[in-house]
Design a protein around this ligand. Structure first.
Ligand code: X8Z
Ligand code: ZN
Length: 546
């Protein structure tokens, strides 16, 4: 297993592609990578997933370029990963069965303590399906609206008015976050959301002052400041003397003193968000430090991320940004600004829910044998279409293995925790805002200085994984919520949902179905071909008779 994992990790991190003929200049401009223009043929093929291909997907608006980046990444990683992945599934299942589980999917799900006992049930599967059923109507409203705007931008031939959205047009390699197409879909384009990056730069923020603002948010709730050790040993800006991997992370050295951050902070909105998120992880570490080592974790695998994301939800709202002086010259009480803000959050977090569901739904069914090795890609695209409403930009077959485009799949890391956390962050936010006595819409809840909320958050984090998560949730919410309870998320987005329903108007637009020729994409017209083939055979028979 370790060998297979290491081979797949290498395929993922080392694969690179060559610019398609005719796109070299445009790619150089988009990615800032000029190797492909001036180097030897070998060096020319230097487009990696990150940063080049990811950034093409994010910034290009040319469907040919987008198709190139989307397809070429899948071409290089899919086929070599497939046999290795299949063998990994076999071995994982053998190991799981020796441990008394039906298959590796069940072993993964047990981490969430929803299944009653090994081999006894699939509680998490049911909980996820039921949560998705409740969120789907809201998601379809967002999908319908975004599709219409993309249809205006790219034309109805490419984005069918009643069809799925082509996967390469959503600004993300996996169509998991739609934040990069914000410019096409802002409800009130003239009511601009705060340009936090510009303000941070203008006001001369440094990596240190950015982190201090985040620290101050926690201390204002009565939570502890970062210890001296943290400030002494963390990396908060990109070192000049050596290369490092810049993705942000927070570290617990498990001695009750040493906590560190690794981040290449710069004065941008993304890093403002990330600083709060990472410090939330450190707060969690500090709070459960008194627990025995086994319990120094989140209450279940989704809690750590959920707490971090909850903090980013409350610190990005326009009221809070105005309080920090990062929303210059605008009136944060304008309702239209808040609809814009809700759209921004929906593109990031609501669009992500079905994606975070299907990655493991697919893997659970592969582990259990419900999906056979002969239909892996077809089944993946059935979920992509049926649940996400996304279609591939070019025809796919079983020679492709598109799910391998995602790192968590080839590194064999469970993904359902991201779905749980997508819902849980709203549950935690709702509970803290209630404790803080917040009235009115949930998306306008600003927790700064709310010590009652801080106390509750402290309590949640201090128990680590020493209590079953339902107890932790009960203590937090006062009783009536389950894991994967979407009510708080739905409450949060209510004003946007009402707005979307008015915009989308006509009934039935929220549908997509590749079996219906009216909705189908140019290359996926099997039903039309079949029916026209039948018609032509009938006509020939008729003509012959005549
Ligand atoms: O993998 C991550 C984090 C590390 S836990 C960067 N995320 C998922 C992804 O990138 O697919 C965060 C959002 C979902
Ligand atoms: Zn995190």
């Amino acid at each position: 297993m370790e060998n297979l994992l290491s081979e797949m990790r290498d395929i993922h991190s080392k694969s690179h592609v060559c610019p398609a003929p005719g796109l070299e200049n445009a790619i150089a401009v988009l990615t800032g990578n000029y190797n492909n223009l001036y180097s030897s043929p070998l060096q020319r093929c230097s487009l990696h997933l990150d940063p080049e291909l990811v950034s093409i997907l994010k910034t290009s608006r040319d469907p040919v370029m987008l198709t190139f980046a989307w397809k070429s990444w899948r071409d290089v990683v899919g086929p070599p990963s497939k046999p290795r992945f299949l063998r990994l599934v076999e071995l994982s299942n053998i190991a799981a069965r020796r441990n008394g589980y039906r298959d590796a999917g069940e072993q993964w799900r047990v981490e969430f303590e929803q299944d009653i006992a090994p081999g006894a049930g699939t509680g998490l599967e049911q909980a996820a399906a039921s949560a998705w059923a409740q969120i789907e109507p809201l998601y379809r409203q967002l999908h319908t609206y975004v599709r219409r705007k993309l249809s205006v931008r790219y034309g109805e031939d490419l984005v069918r008015p009643r069809g799925p959205i082509p996967a390469h047009l959503l600004g993300n390699m996996w169509s998991q976050s739609w934040a990069a197409v914000e410019e096409f879909v802002m409800p009130y384009p003239f009511k601009r959301l705060p340009d936090v990056s510009a303000e941070l730069s203008r006001q001369g923020y440094t990596p240190l002052s950015l982190l201090q603002v985040a620290e101050q948010w926690f201390t204002s709730l009565g939570l502890p400041a970062m210890p001296n050790e943290f400030w002494r040993k963390s990396i908060i800006q990109k070192p000049l003397d050596r290369p490092i991997l810049c993705s942000s992370s927070a570290w617990d050295f498990c001695d009750g003193i040493d906590y560190r951050l690794k981040m290449c902070a710069s004065p941008t909105y993304a890093d403002f968000v990330s600083a709060h998120h990472e410090l939330a992880h450190v707060q969690y570490y500090m709070h459960y430090a008194a627990q025995p080592p086994l319990f120094r974790e989140g209450a279940n695998p989704a809690f750590h991320e959920a707490v971090g994301e909850m903090v980013t939800l409350t610190v990005t709202n326009p009221d809070h940004l105005q309080r920090l002086g990062l929303f210059a010259g605008n009136n944060s009480s304008d309702e239209e600004i808040h609809i814009n803000y809700l759209m921004r959050i929906a593109l990031e977090k609501l669009a992500f829910v079905p994606y975070s569901y299907i990655v493991d739904l697919w893997r659970w069914k592969v582990f259990s044998g419900e999906y056979s090795a002969k239909e892996l890609n077809e089944r993946w695209w059935q979920l992509r279409l049926g649940i996400q409403g996304i279609a591939p930009p070019v025809r796919r077959s079983e020679r492709d293995f598109d799910i391998a485009a995602k790192k968590h799949v080839v590194t064999h890391r469970p993904y359902i925790g991201y779905m749980v956390s997508s819902l849980l962050q709203f549950q935690i936010l709702q509970a803290l805002c209630r404790a803080a006595g917040h009235r009115g819409n949930l998306h306008r809840c600003d927790l700064q200085n709310r010590r009652e909320a801080g106390k509750l958050l402290s309590q949640l984090m201090s128990s680590g994984s020493s209590k079953p998560w339902p107890e932790v949730l009960r203590d937090l919410t006062g009783g009536d919520q389950a894991l994967l309870d979407p009510r708080a998320l739905l409450e949060y987005f209510t004003p946007l949902e009402q707005w979307l329903r008015v915009q989308n108007g006509r009934e039935g637009l929220e549908r997509w179905d590749l079996n219906d020729p009216e909705y189908s994409l140019p290359w996926s017209s099997a039903p039309c071909v079949t029916s026209s083939a039948i018609v032509s055979v009938l006509l020939s028979v008729l003509l012959l008779r005549l």
